[in-house]
Design a protein around this ligand. Structure first.
Ligand code: ATP
Ligand code: MG
Length: 419
């Protein structure tokens, strides 16, 4: 018989049977949350399920302190590359400590032996290994230590590899949970943090630069639903920054944490400020107006804090004096998750998250519009308050709100504002 599937049937017959594949999900911090735990697990489950809506065969279920993504194999069989891609995607969800592509086996030693060998092969080349078994409860009659010894011996007999308990090249993990065991040799590190939805809602001032997407990610990783707010230079500039921010939203959407991004054409308002106010205060006054607009959006959205990507001293405008002058325009707390980070650390995060390439694309930053030659780095609150005295602030805020558009993203924890 020479059918195109003959290769795979040989592979399965060499170890008597095929094992169902799944993605095993471990979380950590959720375990600390006492009576909120069930709610948190539910959120993580919903977020993972939402990240897999394009894979109708995938089904997420809760099994003793873990989640498991199963695949309906009556529909089609998933190859390892596909399982890996799905595992990676699951690992990105905040709250996940790690995700692992597993073989599902019965609790019968013969099956576990066969699955352990398959898992071992998946780890690639290596001369030494160890088995690390654990039972989620003690109803399984064989102790973890006895499983390590018995299955380890089988692997030695079949492969000739050496056991190394201290520093093995390959570890095969075996988790016996209720009626099944999950056997794997690769762990994909997760985002960590807490499931999106557990931390309330924030309004994140999202430029198309490198920093603010990282700041947004830090908040969504702590369980907050992020609503982005971007100010573009339109109509004084083109709309490229808006496109970039929309793309940044698509990247952040993979982490399940962005509900919506608002876009405000800010060019005319900046022009107004530049005509009416002292040149050295312009940047601060733009920022103070952005904060006031953000507060209106926060009120509509029911958000309790604002987020920016500022880092102390990173640019001349991010001095403590200027930070204080910006805070003075706010009533809500302004969270600055990057305040103590160096640019190299922020760039490393941006690369890891996947926003860096978008942030360095060409765009016209509205902040460089009508930029003064010497922006103030030491503005006092009195100076900025006096500096904006001539502005019709209420009208400017409502102009911004009225011209605002938005785009929604897939985020199961996001609740749209009413009306
Ligand atoms: P980023 O890399 O995030 O653009 P930056 O290093 O350019 O930051 P600033 O221009 O001082 O620094 O901006 C500080 C913060 O103010 C940004 O991180 C962002 O949160 C907010 N911000 C600046 N410009 C905009 C904008 N056009 N739209 C929305 N938020 C903005
Ligand atoms: Mg910027």
């Amino acid at each position: 018989m020479t059918s195109p599937t003959s290769g795979s049937s040989t592979a399965s017959s060499s170890h008597t049977r095929m094992f169902e594949r799944a993605v095993l999900v471990h979380y950590h911090e959720i375990g600390l949350k006492g009576r909120n735990r069930a709610k948190f697990e539910r959120m993580l489950l919903d977020n993972i399920a939402a990240s897999l809506t394009d894979i109708p065969e995938a089904r997420v279920e809760k099994i003793s302190s873990r989640l498991l993504v199963r695949f309906d194999v009556s529909e089609r069989v998933f190859d390892i590359a596909e399982i890996d891609r799905i595992t990676e995607r699951v690992a990105m969800q905040p709250g996940v400590a790690y995700a692992a592509p597993v073989f599902i086996s019965s609790k019968i030693e013969h099956d576990m032996n066969a699955a352990a060998l398959l898992a071992l092969r998946e780890a690639g080349a290596g001369d030494s290994f160890r088995i690390e078994a654990r039972r989620s409860n003690t109803s399984h009659p064989i102790s973890s230590l006895d499983m390590n010894i018995a299955i380890g011996q089988h692997v030695v007999d079949e492969t000739g590899l050496a056991v190394n308990l201290g520093k093995p090249e390959i570890t095969v993990w075996i988790e016996v949970v209720q009626g099944e065991s999950y056997i794997f040799s690769r762990k994909f590190p997760g985002s960590g943090g807490l499931p999106v939805g557990s931390g309330g809602k924030v309004i994140s001032l999202l430029s198309s630069g490198i920093d603010s997407p990282v700041a947004s990610w830090r908040l969504l990783k702590r369980g907050a639903v992020v609503v982005g707010l971007h100010f573009s230079g339109r109509p004084q500039t083109d709309d490229r920054s808006e496109h970039n921010v929309a793309q940044i939203g698509e990247v952040l959407q993979r982490y399940g944490g962005v509900g919506r991004i608002y876009f405000v054409p800010f060019g005319d308002l900046q022009r107004e400020i530049s005509l009416m106010c002292p040149p050295d205060l312009r940047v601060l006054l733009y920022r103070r107006l952005m904060i006031r607009v953000a507060e209106v959006v926060a009120k509509r959205e029911g958000a309790l804090a604002l987020v920016t990507g500022e880092s102390l001293g990173q640019v001349a405008s991010q001095t403590l004096e200027n930070i204080r002058a910006v805070d003075d325009a706010a009533t809500l707390p302004i969270l600055r998750p990057l305040i103590g980070m160096d640019k190299v650390e922020i760039i490393r995060d941006a690369e890891r998250i996947g926003t860096f390439e978008i942030s360095i694309q060409d765009h016209t930053d509205c902040c460089t519009l009508f930029m003064p030659r010497r922006p103030s780095t030491r503005a006092s609150i009195k100076e900025v308050v006096d500096g904006e005295a001539e502005l019709d602030m209420e009208r400017m805020i409502s102009d911004a709100i009225e011209s605002m558009t938005w785009r929604d993203y897939a985020c199961p924890a996001y609740r749209k504002p009413k009306g």
